[in-house]
Every structure is written in structure tokens, then in C-alpha cells.
Ligand binder design. Sequence first.
Ligand SMILES: Cc1cc2nc3c(=O)[nH]c(=O)nc-3n(C[C@H](O)[C@H](O)[C@H](O)COP(=O)(O)OP(=O)(O)OC[C@H]3O[C@@H](n4cnc5c(N)ncnc54)[C@H](O)[C@@H]3O)c2cc1C
Ligand SMILES: *[C@@H]1O[C@H](CO)[C@@H](O)[C@H](O)[C@H]1NC(C)=O
Ligand SMILES: *[C@@H]1O[C@H](CO)[C@@H](O)[C@H](O)[C@H]1NC(C)=O
Ligand SMILES: *[C@@H]1O[C@H](CO)[C@@H](O)[C@H](O)[C@H]1NC(C)=O
Length: 359
Amino acid sequence: MAFSFVSILLGSSLILQASASPLATSSRCCNLLDTEFKGAQKVVYPQTSEFGVLNTYFAPTSQQTPSCIFTPSNATDISRAIKLFTRRSCKFAVRSGGHHYNAGWASINDGILLSLSNLNDVIYDPISSPDSVFVGSGNRWRKVYETVEPHGFTVVGGQNADVGVGGFLVNGGISYVADQYGWAVDNVREFEIVVADGSILRANKKDNKDLFRALKGGSSNFGVVTGFTLDTIKSSVITTTFVGYPETSYDAFINAAYEYCWKGEDPKSQILFISFLNFKNGTFSLQTAASIIYADALQISSPPKVWAPFVNGSIPFLGTQVKAQGGTLGSHGRELAGVQRSGGVLPDRRFRSSQMLSF
Ligand SMILES: Cc1cc2nc3c(=O)[nH]c(=O)nc-3n(C[C@H](O)[C@H](O)[C@H](O)COP(=O)(O)OP(=O)(O)OC[C@H]3O[C@@H](n4cnc5c(N)ncnc54)[C@H](O)[C@@H]3O)c2cc1C
Ligand SMILES: *[C@@H]1O[C@H](CO)[C@@H](O)[C@H](O)[C@H]1NC(C)=O
Ligand SMILES: *[C@@H]1O[C@H](CO)[C@@H](O)[C@H](O)[C@H]1NC(C)=O
Ligand SMILES: *[C@@H]1O[C@H](CO)[C@@H](O)[C@H](O)[C@H]1NC(C)=O
């Protein structure tokens, strides 16, 4: 009696496992995908070096273990794959630059990772249409800046040049020129997107305008965006500076940050307020810093009014003087990418996850 009771339990749990095992389903989906794209080498499996490269994220905690990675070349490839995924109920995640912090957004366990990295065209004609640029959704901002800035234009893009174009735009996107040009996604003229039935659509102010609207912050909920046509803007000099403050300045710094956010009315100014724990000689100290940007040329000796307390010494800072430098959104983006990649100002790598807010 007892024996058969156990065996019934055991039996039913085995059946449940067999029918609900996500690994079996997703490996089958990988096989189907491999067959669909036979000979094209678009499906990458674990334990290969390419898999390791494609499955690397800015935040190691967002990395998961997909059953395979699909590397389409264009919207047509994606359309074919989406039709298959829909028909067979295959689980998948969409990944562009891999800079999102949350596991399970652009990463997946036991499913297919759709990597957009080959959709990396940046098409710009500075003679016939300098005011727009087509950007494949697998790009990083770096390449977009490098393509348009030599012609005197730039784009409302990432502060950090290594951030992916795809995730940044479908999730809104806060640039250094946000107070002048709005969210980055407000500067998208047209989306090229593959929707759930596999259709490749263009969404703009006239065509598929509901979808156009929904994509302004719609994240990955409405389809896989394969490309964006962006408005370009005139590239002007931006001035940047970075100031660190000792623990004794903490209260004054927070109060000034509050005043700035509440009353600061200079659309060209943007400050990233940073606070982090500094671990040195066995003890923690609370440090703060400000990454300060002005979307114009300026002399640091006569700073804009809203900056004054952060740079004129009324809040004591670390070091002896504040130095500012001129650049473009692209040059600053590349510099910030280098700083954020290495852990930058944060002296102990264990405390890299500082809290950043920008206004
Ligand atoms: C160092 C660093 C600096 C940052 N700086 C800024 C900043 O200045 N301003 C700002 O606003 N944000 C910033 N972020 C946040 C960043 O913009 C978001 O995490 C953004 O989602 C990253 O884009 P990605 O393509 O790299 O992301 P991924 O991690 O590849 O994707 C993020 C999300 O978007 C979805 N997605 C990506 N591409 C597509 C697509 N083509 N179609 C449909 N869905 C898609 C993914 O499925 C996922 O849900 C920063 C992040 C980091 C790590
Ligand atoms: C898309 O890429 C595939 C290769 O994966 C190629 O055969 C096909 O011609 C391309 N389609 C378009 C429209 O460029
Ligand atoms: C480190 O801490 C020890 C003990 O608290 C102290 O004696 C020493 O002076 C400190 N060193 C530095 C460089 O601050
Ligand atoms: C710094 O700027 C603040 C705010 O404008 C002002 O109140 C203060 O007097 C200035 N201090 C110095 C040393 O210039």
C-alpha cells in the first residue's frame, strides 16, 4: 500500500517534469531554428567562444544561460524566427547592447536569446538628408556619434557611448540634452519593427501611428524593433566637469542638489548626483560627486548660476581646483564609457553600484 502510494507520487511528478521541462522545449526550439536557417550559422550554442562574447552583459548579474543564441542579419531573418517562435510557443528574449541591469529583460534561462548585434548599419547621407540618420537596432551609440558628428550634427543618444541603441530608445532614453529635446525616443522619426505575426512594419506619425505612440516607452512589449530613423540635431560644444566631495560636505551637497532639482531652471545644465561608499584603510566613508554637463561652451571661472555652489568652493570639494573641458556628446560619451567600464571614480570595485540620478 505504502509502496504504491509512493510510486504514484513519483510517477506523477515524473510526468509533470517531462511535460513542463523548459529545457526540453527550448532545446527543441533551437533545433527547429537551426533547421530553418540551415547552413547559415545563425544559431550559437553554449561552450563556444562566440557564445561567451554574445552572452556578456554590462552588469554580470543580468547574465543568464540561454539554450542557444540566435544572430539574425536583418528584419527578414527576424520575421522568419518570430513566426517559428509564435507557432511553437518558443520562449525568447531580445538583446541589443546588454546594458540593462535586470536579469531576465535582455537575458533568459532555458530559452532563445535573440541577439541584435549584427543589425549594425548606420546609414547617413550628410549631403541629401543631414537631418536624419538610420540606425540598426543592434548598434552602440558610439558608432552613431562617430558617423554624424564629423558633419556638424549629432543625435539625442546615450550619455555613455557603449549603451545599446535598441534598449535605450525603446525604454525612453535620457540624454544630456533632455531638457532641450525631450526623451531620446521623442526624436525617433520612424521605427522598423517585426511584430508577433512576423510582419515587418514601419511605424511613424502617419503609418501605424498607434504603434508609433506605443513604442515611446513600450520596451519590448510590441515587437522586435530592427531599426530607427532618428532626427539629427546640430552638434555644439558641451562642457563637462567632475567634482568629488569629502564626507564632511555631505549635508551641504545634498541640500544643494535638492535646491538644484527644485529650482534649477537652466535647460542646458545637467548634473548627475552620485553617492557611494568609499572603503579605505578598513573603514567606510560616504562620498559624493557631481558629474556636471553644460550643453554649450563656458568658462569655469564664471560658471552658470545653477552650478555655482558645486564648483565655487562654497561646498568644499576634493582637490584644489575644478577643471572643465569642452567636447561633444560623442567624445564625452566615449570618455564616460571608459570611466564606467573600469569602475571609474569608485575606488573599490566591490562598491561599483553607486546610486546615480540625473536631472
Ligand atoms: C553604464 C550605463 C550607463 C547608462 N546610461 C544611461 C543614460 O545616460 N541614459 C539612460 O536613459 N539610460 C542609461 N542607462 C540605462 C540604459 O539605457 C538601459 O538599460 C537600456 O535598456 C540599455 O539599452 P541596451 O540596448 O544596452 O539594453 P539591453 O540590455 O540589450 O536591452 C534592454 C531592454 O530593452 C529590450 N530591447 C533592446 N533592444 C530592443 C529592440 N530592438 N526591440 C525591442 N526590445 C528591445 C530588451 O529586451 C530589454 O528588455 C545606462 C546603463 C548603463 C549600464
Ligand atoms: C537577410 O539576410 C539573409 C542572410 O541571413 C539574406 O539571405 C537575405 O537576402 C537578407 N535579406 C534582405 C532583405 O536583405
Ligand atoms: C589606517 O588606519 C590605522 C588604524 O586605524 C591608522 O593608524 C593609520 O594611520 C591609517 N592609515 C592611513 C593612511 O590613513
Ligand atoms: C558660490 O555660489 C553660491 C550660490 O550662487 C553663492 O551663494 C556663494 O556666495 C558663492 N561662493 C563663493 C565663494 O563665490
